[in-house]
Design a protein around this ligand. Sequence first.
Ligand code: PMV
Length: 361
Amino acid sequence: MIEKDFISSNDLEYPTDGEIGWNAPSNIALIKYWGKHVDQIPANPSVSFTLSTCATNTSLRFEKLPEKSSFFSFDFMFEGKPKIEFKPKIVTFLERIEKYLPFLRSYHFVIDSSNSFPHSSGIASSASGMAALGLCFLEMERKANPEMTSTYFNQKASFIARLGSGSACRSIEGSLIQWGNTPSIDGSSDLFGIPYPFEVHENFKKFQDTILLVHKGQKTVSSTVGHGLMNGHPFAQSRFVQAHQNLEALHPIFKSGDLESFIKIVESEALTLHAMMMTSQPYFILMLPNTLEIINAIWAFRNKTKIPLCFTLDAGANVHVLYPESEKDKCMQFIQDELIVFCENQHYICDRIGSGAKQFL
Ligand code: PMV
C-alpha cells in the first residue's frame, strides 16, 4: 500500500447524520520510535504491545452542513465538558487527514472523548486519543463504502492515526504491532502499523504491564521536541541502525519465548531512548530519582528470584513493569511491597496486553 491508496474515491455517498463510537487502547513500545521525518514518518522501525486497560473512548456525532464550510466545524468535549484548549491540535489533525477523508468540511461534528485512565496521570493519551478519533472518522467512510475490507480499514485507520501522533498508528490492532519499514519484515511500512507477522510464543501472549506513576504532571519536554532533537544528533545514525538490529534480534526471541534475551533488548531500548535525550543538544532528563530507584529494585529482585520481570520507559518518568501472566502473583506482591513507595501518591495502573480497538456505537 502506498500513500495514494488511502485517498477515498470521490463518488461515495456519506450519511447525512449519525453517531459513531470507538474505544482505542494505548500501547507500549518495546523497540522505541524516536526521531521522525515530516508527517510522522519514523526514522526507525518500532514494535509495541497493545494495551488493554489504558484506553480512550470517543464518540463522534455528525450532521451534514447545507454546504461545504471553509473551516472545520466541530465542538470538542472531554469527559462531557467543552475543552477548547484541545481544539488547535484537532484542527492540525483534520488538516493533515483531509486529503484522505474529503468529507470533513461538509459536516458539523461533536467529539466527546474520555480516558479510562486518570487524566494527568502522566500517561500519554495522544496514542489512544488520536487512534479513537481517527477510527470514528474512518467509520464514516465505511458507512459510505460498506464493502471496505477489514484489512484496508485497519491499515487506513492506522495511517490516519499516525498523522495525529506517530505512536497512535500502533493502537488500532492487537496484540503485538510493528511499524516502520525494515528489511526483516515483508509488508512493513512507514505509513501504518501491522500485526507482527511471525510466530509469537505463549510466554508473550498474556504479558502484564503494571504502570508505576512516578510523576503525574506534564513532562518538561514534549515528544515532538524530543523527536526533533534527533535531527543532527551525534548518535542518531547508529541508534537508527541499532533499532533495526534489535527488531531483527527479537524475531527468534518472540518465537522461542526466550525471556532472558527479551529482557536484555527491552531494557536496553528503554535506556537508549533516555540516553538519546541526555545526549541531544540541548540535553534533558525525563527520568526522576524514583525512576532509578525502581529500576535498581527490579534488577535486585530479578537477580535474587530469577523471575523474568523487566521494565520499559516511555518519554517520561513513569515505569512500565512487564512480566508474564504466570508470574503475576509474585510480581504484584513485589510491586506492592517494594515499588509503589516510589509512585506519586502510591498510584499505579494494572494493564495487560490487549486485542486492539473496539467499536461501541
Ligand atoms: O507518538 P509520539 O510522538 O508521542 O512518540 C512516542 C515516542 C515514544 O513513546 C517515546 C516511543 C514509542 O515508540 O512509543
